[in-house]
Design a protein around this ligand. Structure first.
Ligand code: KIV
Length: 265
């Protein structure tokens, strides 16, 4: 089975074919998602909440991320693998380089994801110069939950939307190859997706992004609290995990997920 590459994902954007991405934290689920045809597996630091039971992603360590990345890597043969750099693991370019190298060499992922805007330019340049592909993450950045004042929709005012646009273009200029947009209005995500040459992957960002990502446990309705309003429990419509994932792929590819019900205006 041939491994999906960044080049392939870029081609999907150019062809207008939607990209599918789900979080994975262990080998068994990685195998199921891989077999179903998910193109990107994200070892998200959301594992701090879904697996470890914390109320935010802040306690997650680089050791945790490496451990789960190794498991996901062992379980998958085809998907492109991204791992989150956890909170406080990329405060300087050199610290980021050391930790990203660990995720790539020991965790065996293909790309790292960093949350934040222009302050990351030097870090992104350093990582990409060393051959480490970088995914950006803008909008609702959960590692900044306390600074943002909670898990809230971002980019709603004209000035906030402008800041986001500047950040997105600056990150692309610095060298990111993918951009996650979380919890922003559909129209803003649409404009950013059109302005950027790299693929955008949305979560709570409407259906105009180049691809969609969900936290796997939300898609399966496994949560201690209410699932976020932008997430859909696909297992409710069927009787197997495999089918729930296939329904997610189908609805993303045909552009019916996320509908307005799962989006913000
Ligand atoms: O950690 C995570 O699961 C994420 C997604 C929500 C995009 O960053």
């Amino acid at each position: 089975m041939k491994r999906i590459t960044l080049h392939y994902l870029q081609k999907l954007k150019e062809k207008g074919e939607k990209i599918t991405c789900l979080t994975a934290y262990d080998a068994s689920f990685a195998h199921v998602l891989d077999q179903a045809g998910i193109e990107i597996l994200l070892v998200g630091d959301s594992l701090g909440m879904t697996v470890q039971g914390h109320d935010s992603t802040l306690p997650v360590t680089i050791e945790n991320m490496v451990y789960h990345s190794q498991a996901v890597s062992r379980g998958s043969q085809r998907a492109f693998l991204i791992a989150d750099m956890p909170f406080m693991s990329y405060t300087t370019p050199e610290q980021a380089l050391q930790n990203a190298a660990c995720l790539m060499q020991v965790g065996q992922v293909h790309m790292v994801k960093l949350e934040g805007g222009r302050w990351l330019i030097e870090t992104i340049q350093r990582l990409t110069q060393c051959g480490i592909p970088v995914c950006g993450h803008l909008g609702l950045t959960p590692q900044s939950v306390h600074q943002l004042g909670g898990y809230r929709v971002q980019g709603r005012s004209i000035s906030a939307a402008e800041q986001l646009r500047h950040d997105a273009l600056a990150l692309q200029g610095a060298g990111i190859s993918l951009l996650v947009l979380e919890c922003i209005p559909t129209q803003l995500a649409k404009e950013l997706t059109q302005e950027l040459s790299i693929p955008t992957i949305g979560i709570g960002a409407g259906k105009e992004c180049d691809g969609q990502v969900l936290v796997l446990y939300d898609l399966l309705g496994i949560t201690r609290e209410k699932i976020p309003s932008f997430a859909k429990n696909f297992l409710q419509e069927t009787d197997s995990i495999e089918n729930a994932i296939i329904y997610f792929i189908r609805e993303v590819k045909e552009g019916s997920f996320p509908s307005a019900e799962y989006s913000f205006s």
